[in-house]
Design a protein around this ligand. Structure first.
Ligand code: NAD
Length: 491
């Protein structure tokens, strides 16, 4: 495919990567990618069209059979070459994440290493891809099961983990012998573009095996409808996840769609607040609350004296939490992704106050030049069924609820429509045992604020936090990216 030359302007308009070439999108429109710490315009993001998606799908389809025929140990080496390239570039990738979406640098470093961890897990593909056999199911008759690639896989990813989430999917998909198209978030796609530049330099990964299309809704719809695409991996808001599942399956694709969350942190009356409060601060306010595992409701168990002790400890810690640009290494609560995101969350806090919620710490008093920063905010919920207590706000807001015992805490947690994560802080083995058995969520933390599974386990959201049945990472990734073939043989 020929590379289309564009006039160079000071701010780069990002290009798509299709069939091993960097090509300009056919789109007339582009969005601004802005550094939320400084307000600086970093790049223009083309709103790629259905024609761009079609070119990527054709390139991916053309490359896939030859890639699937590459011996699995050589595909493992190709993924290992990607691991080595990512590792060598990890600091630069973290800096890009911080610049593009505001995340504190240390957090960005952690995110990049998590993405590398998924790549490392995918290096085990020769073992992971093994099938099954059962000899002698009848006289002279054996049964074998092989795993073969699904074909062409597309991933549509959110803004909040621009390095890690593309890497939840890409390494596993190509290790299994699929070709791949990435459509990163239009808000912060420069990290993905850099990862694709690294792939462009890896000779073990042939042209067309991995492709990149920038854009927003039109390109997503193009991917969901395209007949040459066999599977969709999606992460984003719950409403978008449902939409992606419905539209993608309509054209016969397999779809895994990870959605939003509202995660509770239960603080039992025997919890050590010296450990629990810092962990809760990281969970609620790290990455400005823009994590699908963020603890956004503190459910405090205990009598009046304990409730007041916990409320004061959380308020004091939130007031003192370092806030500022992600490049400042001491910062825990950085700017949000953009001014419009901050405005949306601030409006939700106003609605909660109008419904009777009580302001404990108003972080909205803090902001930055780009208008994207909001300090840690703590609000005591008046109503357990309110938007504040039940819906994802995706910002640095911690709702407070008070209950009498663990049973009441479980009742609140389990009546959520979401089921991504849930956390308990306690020193009681009996409370932990009951919580782990009865809580309705897929990722559970015991004295851990952000219970993100390592890449050898599935990222296991339940309820509206996940549509579909196979999760990202772990053996679920292998199941999702392969089709089973069962052969019954008589000799
Ligand atoms: P989003 O749903 O707005 O966007 C995700 C992707 O979908 C983007 O690539 C976007 O271009 C596309 N998209 C959005 N709306 C669309 C539409 N109407 N039609 C077609 N395409 C559309 O999500 P976001 O704001 O980028 O990310 C934050 C959300 O992701 C939060 O809800 C968070 O909880 C969730 N999330 C979930 C997990 C998880 O593992 N469950 C992990 C990270 C983030």
């Amino acid at each position: 495919m020929a590379t289309v030359e564009q006039p160079r302007t000071e701010v780069e308009t990002l290009r798509n990567y299709i069939g091993g070439e960097w090509v300009a999108s056919a789109a007339d429109d582009a969005l601004d990618d802005i550094d939320p710490a400084t307000g600086e315009l970093l790049a223009r993001v083309p709103l790629s069209t259905v024609a761009d998606v079609d070119a990527a799908a054709k390139a991916a389809r053309a490359a896939q059979p030859e890639w699937a025929a590459v011996p699995v140990a050589r595909r493992a080496r190709a993924v290992f070459a990607l691991r080595e390239a990512l590792w060598a570039e990890r600091e630069e990738l973290a800096q890009l994440v911080t610049q593009d979406m505001g995340k504190a640098l240390d957090d960005a470093r952690g995110e990049v290493v998590r993405g590398i961890e998924s790549t490392e897990a995918a290096c085990g593909i020769p073992t992971l891809l093994k099938g099954d056999t059962l000899g002698g199911i009848a006289k002279g008759m054996d049964v074998e099961m092989w795993r073969q690639p699904v074909g062409v896989v597309a991933a549509i990813t959110p803004f909040n983990f621009p390095a890690m989430i593309p890497l939840w999917f890409l390494p596993f998909a190509i290790a299994c012998g699929n070709s791949f198209i990435l459509k990163p978030s239009e808000r912060d796609p420069r990290t993905s573009a850099r990862i694709l530049e690294l792939i462009d330099g890896i000779e073990e990964i042939p042209a067309g095996v991995v492709n990149l299309v920038h854009g927003a809704h039109e390109s997503v719809n193009g991917l969901l409808d395209h007949p040459e695409i066999d599977a969709i991996s999606f992460v984003g808001q719950a409403s978008t996840a449902l939409y992606v599942m419905e539209r993608g399956t309509r054209s016969g694709k397999r779809v895994q769609a990870l959605g939003g969350a509202k995660n509770s942190m239960v603080v039992m009356d025997d919890a050590d607040l010296g450990d629990a409060v810092p962990a809760m601060m990281q969970s609620a306010f790290g990455n400005a609350g823009q994590r699908c595992l963020a603890g956004s409701v503190a459910v405090v168990v205990g009598d009046e004296a304990r409730r007041s002790e916990v409320r004061s400890a959380l308020a004091e810690a939130a007031r003192d939490l370092p806030t500022g640009p992600g490049t400042d290494e001491s910062v825990i609560c950085p700017p949000m992704v953009a001014r419009d995101a901050r405005d949306r969350v601030s409006d939700a806090v106003d609605r909660a106050l109008a419904e009777g919620a009580e302001m404990v710490v108003d972080g909205r008093e803090r902001t930055n030049e780009a208008g994207a920063l909001m300090g840690p905010t703590v609000v005591a919920a008046a109503d357990r069924e309110s938007e504040l207590a039940r819906e994802e706000l995706f910002g640095p807001v911690l709702a407070l609820l008070e209950v009498d015992d663990l049973g009441e805490a479980l009742e609140f947690v389990n009546s959520s429509r979401y089921g991504n994560a849930s956390v308990i802080f306690t020193q009681s083995g009996a409370a932990v045992r009951r919580y782990r058995a009865e809580v309705e969520a897929g990722m559970i933390g015991v004295n851990v604020g952000v219970p993100a599974p390592v890449a050898w386990f599935p990222f296991a959201g339940w309820k509206d936090s996940m549509v579909g049945d196979l999760h990202a990472n772990g053996m679920d990734a292998i199941e999702f990216y392969t089709r089973k073939k069962v052969m019954t043989t008589r000799w």
